[in-house]
Design a protein around this ligand. Sequence first.
Ligand code: HEC
Ligand SMILES: [Cu+2]
Length: 373
Amino acid sequence: MNYIKNKIASATGVVSSLLVNNAYANKYNLPEPADPVVQQIFDLHMMTSLIATIIMVIVTLIVVYSLIVHRKDKGYVPDQNFHKSWFGRWAWLLVPIFVLGVDFAIAKSAHHTLDTIFDEHAEADMTVKITGSQWKWSYEYLDSGVKFTSNLNKDLTPEDEFYLRDVDKPLVLPVNTKVRLLHTTTDVLHDWWVPAIAFKVDAIPGYITETRTEILREGTYRGQCAENCGTGHAFMPIVVKAVSKEKFAEWRDQQVAAAAAAAAEASSDKEWTMEEMMAKGEEAFNKTCAACHQVTGEGVPGVFKALKGSAKATGDVKVHIQTVLNGVAGTAMAAWKDQFNDLEIAAIITYERNAWGNNTGDVVQPKDVAAER
Ligand code: HEC
Ligand SMILES: [Cu+2]
């Protein structure tokens, strides 16, 4: 009995969320809009759902009425001359006119929304370039030069609320600011999709596509890649943290300072020890390279080469450095020179040359990497 009561309650919830425009919090509906264009899309969705619901109710009532009243076993005799009556003649014209009227009512607002979405001259206060790769997102704030990569948070388990929906570094954006989002990818089609704050377009290799957002409320917004981009498609979630303009400026300045400090460290003359490089290298490798080469360095036979015992990872250091800097053309092995500085690449290579029994004893220094760039 309680089960049925609950079912009725949740069905009522769905219907009322369709009928009542501001039942945003309902878990059966689209996410609560936090951007003016998304609000328009949401309103369109509510309007079409309402129209569809009304039509469905009317049609269902007519069908049920006919099933009950027009039964042969009740002696009902079909009207053979319906088409000769006034309604029978004019219905062929009136019904399509009515349907077209409904279509135009929807098309008018839909066209307005599409116009807003494809406005090529839209103003923006700042621009973020978003690059999809198998299987992570990289962000670059073109105004301040801040850039970083956002990876799946692998520490969560299926019991956690945001399992597979959380990242190590979220995209931080200020509220009430017009942000232009530029989309591209380094490999296959991806699609940066955060439904509460922005409409979506495909990210296409070799092209730049564009969307915008103007986040109205502070908070955390989550999304996913919306183009099937390979076996890791489900493991490249998106998290956007919207903060006040002041907090954003503070965060941005911190990032700029941290990047400058890291660059200074990478280009200093310091000779790094094996322990320092192994620790740095292991962290970076597990975060970025293990997706394909695996934490064990054994790769996936036939797909991702093993680094454990590999001739390249134990042979000539220069060739090894070149492979990591420039990738291997025509394979999934990307060029990493733009994503890591010399220190990071030196650490990763030192790790690869000494982990998993690859005991070469080589400690690669940042200047060795700089020489190969
Ligand atoms: C998207 C999957 C992927 C990721 C991520 C990846 N690799 Fe690779 N890597 C490959 C593939 C595929 C090859 C084999 C290329 C070929 O056919 O020569 C390869 C080859 C290599 C080789 C040469 C191995 C050999 O024996 O020829 C090295 C070294 C290497 N990768 C290092 C790295 C490092 C360092 C990282 C992280 C910064 C990394 N890879 C991230 C897919 C990947
Ligand atoms: Cu993707």
